[in-house]
Design a protein around this ligand. Structure first.
Ligand SMILES: [Zn+2]
Ligand SMILES: [Zn+2]
Length: 554
């Protein structure tokens, strides 16, 4: 029993409790335990055997007992009981925006709703509008949300696809008949939203492998002699493509896609490796991320794409001073351990009260803390920044005097998302006129699979950013990936420089620089176009020069 399975089981218990129990503390305890188990350093089974599991922060008496039970029996009696009280599809209702577990529990208790279809029917015939605490407006919202939920069905964020794909690949490695296996399809192309996972398997014994596959995924069906399709436990479609070692490369190329790319590619010769298949066609290798369309097949000389290893540091990092979950010391140490030359700390500005934005007084405390901690992470340099709100009228939170003291300023929109396109564009344009603004943060505010971004006139913003030397962030948070890779070239053409920023609220979220780099690669960017591939001196000089020119402007 691995810790992730246990962690997921605890999380499931927590979700069921939230459906039925208005007291939030019980559910919170399981949520905490789930996180604690997921973060465990030691071996779970031996910790259970020795009883030290109870000493772990976040694990209490009740939750510890259940962890023991799951490790020893593979399940929890308590969870089994909870499951019998609800229809199996109850959590699919979470796909409806703004419908939380508490409301879902209420809908189930009062109207017996347990699926999206039932929800839609009740929203239409007026039953939801009559419910206490819901009303006609909510019913209308729900109906709209149902449409959205249907669209999202079987859509997943890229990291989910990677997790499922890599887990299956690891398991495949256990079978001796499997010579090699690789995730292909949209996951390999690093598309931000995917609908399934494709895995190419190299084997001389397809029949034996096909038998093994049945152990790996539920509902495996044979599509044809070599393609097996099934649903993984995450309810994600998984397709296996079995190929002989002599055709492994060509199969990898074909199933990586996209359809448009493969069509433009033309005939694919049987090949052992993918590079051989490119060679046979006389086409220079195209990185998987660049295979969304046929663009790269038309150009002979292509720039080398940026890699995570090119990044020498990063910006847009939150700490517990605002809404981060790790302290300044922890965030700096983790950045230092990544071998970065520099890191830019940027907590929220005062108007972002919901995110615990920093008043002038608390900003002083934060700077004192940086001064204290930076000595422990030398020679890494710590740049003092802020993620300051662009106010509704386009001026910047904090005001000129304070802003001019930062090394860098990330300007972000966190309010008024429903603004009209031209109004929003003017708002952002005005912010860029502020000489202290260094970066534009998450340009459209989108949340993949849950919220569309606000509309802006991209070209006007790119034009201005190029003129003013304001950099545009590629926000690597897998839910944001904002700016979208589809717009990068347009911005580049207008002289815009980019920065791959994690928007990290915890140590582990520094990993968003990896997803962010994929976005840059999909957009065809090389290291020279990414600000944080510069070394620490160049970065410091750049900030100083920007401030000077700002002072001249102002
Ligand atoms: Zn933000
Ligand atoms: Zn942020």
């Amino acid at each position: 029993m691995d810790k992730f399975t246990v962690s997921r089981t605890l999380d499931e218990i927590s979700r069921y409790i939230q459906l039925s129990d208005p007291n939030p503390f019980k559910a919170k305890a399981f949520e905490k335990a789930s996180r604690a188990v997921g973060d465990l350093e030691g071996d779970l089974e031996s910790m259970v055997a020795s009883g030290t599991i109870y000493d772990v922060d976040g694990i209490g008496k009740a939750t510890g007992k259940i962890i023991e039970e799951i490790v020893n029996t593979g399940t929890s009696q308590y969870l089994e009981e909870l499951r019998t009280q609800y229809p199996p599809g109850i959590f699919e209702l979470l796909r409806v925006p703004k419908l939380g577990l508490k409301k879902i529990g209420q809908l189930h208790a009062e109207l017996g709703i347990g699926s999206i279809d039932e929800l839609e029917a009740a929203a239409r015939d007026g039953r939801i509008a009559k419910m206490k605490g819901f009303g006609a407006k909510t019913a209308e919202h729900i109906l709209k949300g149902v449409g959205f939920a249907r669209m999202r069905e079987s859509s997943f964020l890229l990291p989910v696809g990677i997790e499922v794909g890599e887990l299956l690949r690891e398991r495949l490695a256990d079978f001796e008949e499997v010579e090699d296996a690789e995730v292909s399809g949209a996951v390999r192309r690093r598309l931000e939203v995917i609908h399934g996972v494709e895995i190419v398997v190299s084997t001389k014994k397809p029949a034996a492998v096909a038998e093994h596959l049945k152990e790996l995924v539920a509902d495996l069906e044979e599509i044809d002699a070599k393609t097996y399709k099934g649903q993984a436990r995450t309810e994600m479609d998984v397709t296996f493509h079995l190929a002989s070692p002599a055709e492994y490369g060509s199969m990898l190329l074909r199933t990586t896609g996209s359809a448009e790319f493969i069509e433009a590619f033309g005939d694919i010769a049987k090949a052992k490796t993918e590079r051989d298949a490119f060679k046979a066609a006389g086409i220079p290798f195209v990185e998987p991320e660049r295979r969304e369309n046929a663009d790269d097949l038309k150009v002979k000389k292509r720039p080398k794409l940026v890699e995570v290893a090119h990044l020498r540091g990063t910006f847009h990092v939150h700490t517990t001073f605002s809404d981060g979950r790790n302290t300044m010391a922890q965030m700096l140490t983790a950045a230092h351990e990544r071998g970065w030359e520099y890191v830019g700390i940027s907590d929220h500005s005062p108007i972002a009260f919901y995110a615990n934005g920093l008043s002038e007084e608390r900003l002083r405390q934060q700077h004192a803390e940086i001064a204290k901690q930076e000595k422990t992470v030398t020679p890494m340099r710590v740049f003092r920044g802020t993620e300051a709100d662009i106010l509704q009228n386009g001026t910047m939170d904090y005001g000129e005097k304070i802003l001019s003291k930062f090394d860098f300023v990330i300007a972000s929109v966190h309010s008024g998302f429903t603004m009209q396109k031209d109004e929003m564009t003017e708002r952002i344009l005005r912010a860029m006129d502020d000489p202290s603004v260094t970066f534009l943060g998450h340009l459209t505010g989108r949340r993949l699979l849950s919220r569309e971004g606000y509309s802006v006139e991209y070209d006007r913003i790119f034009e201005k950013a190029g003129q003013r030397g304001v950099m545009i962030e590629i926000n690597g948070n897998p839910q944001r990936l904002d700016l979208d890779w589809r717009h990068l070239q347009r911005a580049l053409d207008r002289g815009v420089m980019f920065s791959i920023n994690p928007d990290a609220h915890s140590i582990s979220e520094y990993n968003a620089v990896i997803t962010g780099t994929w976005v840059a690669r999909k957009g065809g960017l090389g290291p020279a176009q990414i600000f944080n591939t510069k070394d620490v001196d160049e970065v410091a000089e750049w900030f100083a020069a920007k401030k000077k020119s700002g002072a001249a402007h102002g």
